[in-house]
Structure formats: C-alpha cells, structure tokens
Design a binder for this molecule. Structure first.
Ligand code: ATP
Ligand code: CA
Length: 878
C-alpha cells in the first residue's frame, strides 16, 4: 500500500500481511503496542503457553486474551461444524481485518483525491512554494465554505492557514496562524463560540454535525436463517423428517406423526429461541456501541468549560485537549504544551506525533498521548476520515465467551459421538438384518434372501433406522449452549442495570473467578469530591484555610499567580460576577476553588504574566510546573504536586511576614505537618516557586520547547490538605468481597499515610496492628525488588501508596504469576498497560480517560467500587 503525504511523496505503509498479523495477535485492541512496549513479554505467547501446559483440548484459558491461535487449535481438536455460529471470535477477527482494510481504503482514497488536486493545481501553476493559496470563498454566514475548510485540514495545508492568518495576534499564547481561520469561522479563540442555540444550528447547517450514519445491523430473518444452519440441528431436522416418514409409513398419518412431530417441534423451538436471543444480543451490542461512542467531551463555549456529547460538537468549537482524550473532530491546534498525539488508530503506524504550529493539524479519532492544549474544530462527522471509517464499518461484535465456546464444543463433540454411534449401530443392525442374524420374537429369521417380500424388507429397515434416529436425537444436546447464551444475555442486562458497561462479554464470566481486586483509591473508593480543609502558609496553620487575611500579601499574590497559571482547569465567572464555575480534575478544582476564596481573579491573574513553558502534571512524577514571565521581565517557575516530593526540592520558605527563610531546620516541622494531615486521610499538595533569570531561559522557540524546567532550589509557599470522603457504600462492598474470598488491594498514587487512613476507613485494613512487613508498601520500594521477590511479596501487599502506573502493572504481573485471577480498576491513561495485563480490566466511566476505557473489559459507569462488586457478586458465589 503506497500513500502520498502532503508533499506528494510516496510513503510505504506496512504490507497488508503485516497488518493482518497485527490484528490476529490482538484483535481486541489496536493499541496493544502500549502493552508490548511496557510489559515486555507479549500476552499472546504467555496465554498460548497456558494452553499448552493444560493439555486439555476443552480448556480454553479463562483469560481475555484467548488468542486466535488457541481458538484455531481448539477448532481443529473439536471438529467444529458450523464455524460461523460456533466461533464468533474468528468472526470478530474478520471484522477487525475488514476495518483495517476499509481504513486503508479510505485513507488511500482521500490521498488519491488530494494527489489529483495537487497535480491539477501544479499544472495550472497555482502551487508555488511559500505562502500561496486560493483566497477563502465566503459561504452563507461564514467566511469560508465547507469544501475549502475540509480540504485545508485534509491536505494539512499550512500555507493556506498562514495566508488567511493575516494579522498577528497580540497574545502570544495563540498561534497567530489559526487566527484567520477562526475569524472566518466567527470563533473567539479563548472564549470559544457562544452557547446560543441558533448559532449552533447555523453551524450544523453550514458544516454538518459530528455524527455519521450508522450501518444497519442484521435483520431478524438473517438470524433465523443462520440459526438453523448448524450441523447438530440439521441432523435433528433430518431425523425429524425420517422419523415422520417412518412413523406415517408404519402407523398411519393419525398416530404416526408424534415422534417426528415432537423432534421437529424441539428443533423449531431451538431455532426460534436461538434467533431471538442472538438478535436481541445484537441489538444490545448496538446500544452498547452507541453508548461507547457517545463520549462526553469538554468544549469551551462563551468562556465556560462545558461537557457535551461528542455528537454535539460543531465546526468552530474550541476544544481543550489533555492526555488520554480522544480527539473529537478534525481541527487545528490553537495552543499547546508538549502536545503529542498517538495517530496509530488512524494511520496504523504506532508513532507519537508532536503537534505545534509547524504541525498543527489534528485528526479525529486519535488519542492525546501527552501534554495539553486547545484546538479549533474545522471538520466534523462525515467530513473527517474518522467519520467515513465509522460510517463504513458495522460493529456488532457477537463474540462468544470462553465458557460458551467450550460448551458449544462439548455439544458438538457429543453430537458427533452420538452420530457416529448411531451410524455404527445402523451399520451393525443392517448387516445383522441382511445376513439373516436378526430374529423375530417368535424365533423366525427376519430376512431370508429371495423369500422376504420387499415391503417386509422396507419395514425392517425402517425399524432399524428408527433406532438410529432415536440415538441421534437423544445424543444431540443442542439446548446446552443455548442455555449459556441466555444466562449471559441476562447477566449482561443486569450489569447494565448495575451501572456497568460490558465491553467484552467474557469478562462477566472471568469476573466470577476473580481472586483479587486491585482498586484505585481516588474516585473509586472515595467520592472524588475534594475540598481544601487545611492549609499551611509557611509554618502557620491557616484556620479556616481560606481566610485570606491570614496570608501575607506577598505570599497570597504568588500563590494566586502560581495556581492560576499552573493548572489545566478553568474558572468561569458569570458577567455579574455572582456565580463562579470551576472545572478541571477534582484536585485542580479543589485548589482553584480555594484560590478563588482567597480572592483570585482567574482571568486577571492569567493575563498578568505570560507562560513560557509548561511541565504538565503526570502520575509518574506527581507534580506539574510552569514557567511564567511577568511584565517586568521577571521569571517565576511554579511547582505544585505531591507534598513530600515538592518539599524535598525546597531550600526555603516564605514565613508569615513574607520573608524568605531557610528551610533546613524546619524540614522536620513540615514533614510532621504533612504526616499529621495524611493520617487524617487528607491528600497533601505543596505549592512552591522560584525566581529565575530571563537570560537563562532559551530565547528561540525550538530550544524553549525542549527546555526542562528547573526544579531545585524551590521556595515553599503553602501546603494544603484536601479532603476526599470515602464513598458510603464502599465498606459494605469490601466486606462482600472478603466474605467471598476475594482480596481487595488498594493501589494509589497518594501518600502512604493517606492511603492507610482511607484503607482503614473503608475496611480494606482492619486495624493498624494488622500490618505485616510488606502489607503496606510504597511503590518505590516495591519496584526496587527483583522480579522473584516481587512475586513473593505481592501476595502480602494490601495497600500500595505513592505508586506510579507502572508499579500497578508490576503488581498485577506478580499476582498473575502466582496464579491469582486479577481484576484491576484504573482511570488514567498510564493505567492502560495494567488494565490490559489484568484478567479483568475495569475502567471508570466518569473520570476515566478514553485510553483507559479502551483498554478495559468493563466500564464502571458511576466510578463506584460498590458497582464493581455488584457486577461480580452474582458470580462470586457460584
Ligand atoms: N493536578 C494536580 N496538580 C498537582 N498535584 C497533584 C494534582 N493531582 C494530584 N496531585 C498530587 O499527586 C498525587 C498522586 O496523583 P496520582 O495521579 O498518581 O493519583 P490519583 O490517580 O489521583 O489517585 P489514585 O491512584 O488513588 O486514583 C496526589 O497525592 C497529589 O498530591
Ligand atoms: Ca490513578
């Protein structure tokens, strides 16, 4: 497959064989390179090993990664008769391949068109190197028409952007090249479009909506048609016909139809029930898919961050992007810091692409791999490659669970054995009959060659056939797999009612055999409603924490500057200033609200300094930083993050008079303060800053983007304690697990003391004395053990604090090595490898990122641990 990029150069994509391999190895998740990179050993090989060692052909490993290879072997071993009904896993794979092919087709199609246009323009001498583009043609209410807009994005036509750009923005946050397009689209790049209904409708009218026609599912008749095409059923149908014919022949129409009729009725019943259940399941999957696709995304409208359905995004919208998000529509980067996009879902190449003003075009359907930013939407729905792709593939994945596959296999196997026995009996009886060995009750030989009349022979043979048919009918257990299908369909419906979105049906089953659950703390065990309840400014404990008069003005203005700039959240103040809306991650929200109470005017604070460089917060480093330049050219670097980590980088603090003091002698005091808050289950965040010399800051953009923010020599401004109460239902849920013999472990990014306090509160730990050596462990300690030691320790670990997402993966790996069946909950993008590695990955519907959801088997819609338990409870006690 060859494709041309925007310069018309030919690039070679991997040959189709490769792509097939790719999907064959892991049909479930096209993003499995996450796993491959981080986990080392691929899942496929491990699972295959499991299979080999078990040696039992009926033993499909109970893991979700039951690979194609396993199924293929299994299929050979069990002589499967109707592959399409028995092995939907393979169907699933075919669909994946089909998807991949479509994707390539759409891409090459778009590229051919693009190449043709470029060629034509070149012929007409319209392409000149440098800024040159056809001027925008106004259309309707907007300065640019749909066609033109779409082609700019599709062709990654930067020169057109610059051409339209015209004026240079006074505000350097905004890449001025987007300015022109945004004006044509009547968008304010900072405040977005207005929330006005009529404006939205106008935009939809001019540029389309972010939806695509859905491919119709199969009709009921198709299911009916498929339902009877099963060898066991065909055997039964034949048996019914034969039996009917025989019965009528021997006993007359009135009496003789009973046997055949009842077999036919049974077959009919099975066909109908199978078809109905398959059909309902396909409808259910369609609903599931709709729900899966109906992602809630944030957009900025009227200066306010609002959550809307992805389908409601319109051209001109300003969409904030953060790590883990799915790019909701085609667009152009407005501003961004270390913004990197994983385009593998669209291009098939697992390459992370950095986006800035040189490569500002974003493709819908890709994932944000790093950093954050905002984008201007320029293409929606069917005008994007993603939309074309979605419209052209149907997604009713009628997968079967391992248990179903196994039972179906057993049923077929028994059916075949029955059939063979019947045929064997038939042959023996026929041979006996025709060789004159069978006798009537009166002792006379039944068949004498040349003597017995033809009609007698027919009767005799018919009797023999009846025996054979009876054996077949008794032997074929067609209802068995059906029973499982019905049960699972029921449990899936129940799960939906219990607030869980099942992405893979087999997960329901696996969940039943889970022996341990590794749960997140924040949001899953706790409510994720965070408020700052304690604050230290310098050594002074501020009480109440938002009493602004207790802060020295120097401290509070530095705090406000740091909090307003060093955030991915947003504060919206209504025109009259009466209501304030804070958005962002729960921790951010808590800190922003606190700052608002201290008198922060968000917009004003942000306009007073200019951001030079950002280090976005991530769970690995547990801190985030920003460098800002003030109007007087002073440079401040603000850091905010896990308290003890930031504290260890501090060399000074500002005391209650706003004077700089050395922190050396006071470190113990601050550590004790943090510990004191943590044991009361508060999450501690420290805020610090430092001065920096402007001439040490890289001047040119290239180096500035690469600049690693200095993070030593910090001055501590404040430490806050954030309360996040336990969910009320959690204690009971943990109890249910423990009763069912399922061990609950907490793996959290929070401080060990905080983790311990929450674990006590929700019953994961019964008492502090309960702790053995490795029971409560820090992520850092755990990761430094050797692999063998980790395996040994893992079983003991109940609470892991200050863990990075990779520690979670290590724990899951170690537990699985010890033969545990592990369920893992996760929300962050970095949790994807652990979710993937687990036997059952559970992601969070509200706080979870798209990447995490995609790597999980079950999405817990309300983020609640109690729902996790509710989902699996019926299975625990089987
Ligand atoms: N937005 C933020 N800015 C600065 N620091 C933060 C922010 N969010 C969290 N922190 C700090 O980072 C620490 C851990 O964050 P991390 O993302 O690893 O955990 P989490 O996912 O929030 O919790 P859990 O793992 O229990 O779900 C917190 O204890 C807090 O001190
Ligand atoms: Ca987490």
């Amino acid at each position: 497959m060859a494709s041309s990029d925007s310069n018309g150069m030919i690039q070679h994509q991997p040959p189709s064989g490769n792509a097939n391999n790719h999907s064959a190895n892991d049909h479930r998740n096209p993003h499995h390179h996450y796993h491959d990179e981080e986990a080392g050993s691929g899942p496929g090989s491990a699972k295959l090993g499991d299979y080999e060692s078990s040696g039992d052909p009926f033993d499909i490993p109970q893991t979700k990664n039951a690979s194609l290879e396993t199924l293929k072997r299994w299929r050979q071993a069990a002589l499967v008769l109707n592959a399409s009904r028995r092995f939907r896993y393979t169907l699933d794979l075919k669909r994946e391949e089909e998807k991949e092919q479509r994707r390539r087709m759409i891409r090459s199609h778009a590229q051919v068109i693009r190449a043709a246009v470029l060629f034509k323009l070149a012929g007409e001498n319209q392409i000149v190197i440098g800024p040159s583009a056809t001027p925008p043609t106004p259309s309707g209410d907007y300065g640019i028409g749909l066609e033109q807009l779409v082609s700019i994005t599709r062709d990654h036509n930067i020169s057109a952007l610059q051409e339209y750009g015209g004026l240079t923005s006074s505000n350097d946050h905004i890449l001025h090249q987007v300015k022109g397009v945004s004006q044509l689209l009547k968008t304010n790049l900072e405040k977005g479009i207005t929330e006005d209904e009529t404006d939205l409708i106008k935009r939809k009218h001019s540029f389309g909506s972010n939806t695509y026609p859905r491919k119709k599912g199969r009709s009921f008749l198709r299911f009916l048609w498929e339902a009877w095409q099963d060898l066991t059923l065909i055997i039964l149908i034949v048996a019914a016909v034969v039996s009917l014919a025989l019965g009528i022949k021997t006993e007359g129409v009135k009496e003789g139809w009973y046997d055949g009729g009842s077999i036919a009725f049974a077959v009919f019943l099975v066909i109908i029930v199978t078809a109905v259940s398959d059909y309902r399941q396909s409808l259910q999957f369609q609903n599931l898919n709709d729900e899966k696709r109906n992602i809630q995304v944030e957009v900025i409208r009227g200066g306010r961050t609002v959550k809307i359905s992805i389908f409601d995004i319109v051209v001109g919208d300003v969409v904030p992007l953060k790590i883990g998000d799915q790019v909701a529509a085609d667009g152009i980067v407005i501003s961004g810091h270390s913004l990197a996009i994983d385009e593998s879902s669209m291009t098939g190449e697992s390459k992370i692409v950095h986006k800035d003003h040189k490569a500002p075009f974003l493709m819908a359907g890709c994932k944000v791999a790093d950093g954050f930013g905002t984008m201007l939407v320029t293409g929606v729905g069917i005008n994007t490659e993603w939309g074309l792709l979605m419209a052209s593939i149907s997604e009713d994945t009628g997968e079967e669970t391992p248990l179903q596959v196994r039972l179906n296999g057993v049923a077929t196997f028994i059916g075949i054995v029955g059939l063979s026995v019947a045929v064997f009996v038939l042959i023996v009886l026929l041979v006996r009959y025709f060789t004159g060995h069978s006798k009537n009750p009166d002792g006379s030989t039944q068949y004498v060659r040349g003597v017995t009349s033809a009609s007698k022979v027919v009767d005799g043979v018919i009797k023999i056939f009846t025996v054979a048919v009876t054996i077949v009918v008794v032997a074929v257990p067609e209802g068995l797999p059906l029973a499982v299908t019905l049960t699972l369909a029921y449990s899936m419906r129940k799960m939906m009612a219990d607030k869980a979105l099942v992405r893979r049906l087999s997960a329901c089953e696996t969940m039943g055999s889970a022996t341990t659950i590794c749960s997140d703390k924040t949001g899953t065990l706790t409510l994720n409603q965070m408020t700052v309840v304690e604050a230290y400014a310098g050594k002074k404990n501020i009480n109440p924490p938002d009493e602004s008069s207790q802060f020295h003005p120097v401290v509070s203005s530095l705090l406000i500057e740091g909090i307003a700039q060093n955030t991915t959240g947003n504060v919206f103040r209504s025109k009259d200033g009466a209501s304030v809306e804070v958005s962002g991650s729960p921790t951010e929200k808590a800190i922003l609200s606190w700052a608002v109470k201290l008198g922060m005017n968000f917009d004003l604070a942000r306009s007073e300094s200019m951001i030079l460089q950002v280090f976005p917060f991530n769970s690995e480093k547990k801190r985030g930083g920003v460098a800002v330049k003030l109007n007087d050219s002073e440079v401040h670097i603000h850091w905010k993050g896990a308290a003890e980590i930031v504290l260890s980088a501090c060399t000074g603090y500002l005391d209650s008079n706003g004077c700089l003091q050395s922190i050396e002698e006071e470190k113990e005091f601050f550590k004790a303060a943090i510990n004191d808050m943590a044991v009361r289950s508060l999450r501690c965040v420290a805020i610090a800053y430092r001065l920096y010399e402007l001439d040490k800051v890289p001047a040119d953009e290239e180096n500035l983007a690469q600049w690693a923010l200095p993070e030593d020599d910090l001055v501590l401004l404040a430490i806050v304690g954030i309360k996040d109460p336990c969910r009320p239902s959690v204690k009971e849920a943990v109890n249910v697990c423990q009763k069912a013999g399922v061990k609950v472990r907490m793996v959290t990014g929070d401080n060990l003391q905080t983790a311990k306090a929450i674990a006590l509160e929700c019953g994961i730990l019964t008492s502090i004395e309960d702790s053995t050596e490795h029971n409560i462990i820090e992520g850092r300690v755990f990761r430094e053990f050797t692999e063998k030691e980790r395996e040994r320790i893992a079983m003991e670990v109940t609470v892991m604090g200050r863990s990075s997402p990779n520690d979670k993966l290590l724990l899951v790996q170690a537990l699985r090595k010890r033969g545990e069946v592990v369920a893992v909950t996760g929300d962050g993008t970095n949790d994807a490898p652990a979710l993937h590695e687990a036997d059952i990955g559970l992601s969070m519907g509200i706080q979870g990122t798209e990447v995490a959801k995609e790597s999980s088997d079950i999405i817990i819609l309300d983020d609640n641990f109690a729902s996790v338990v509710k989902v699996s409870k019926p299975f625990f006690f089987i």
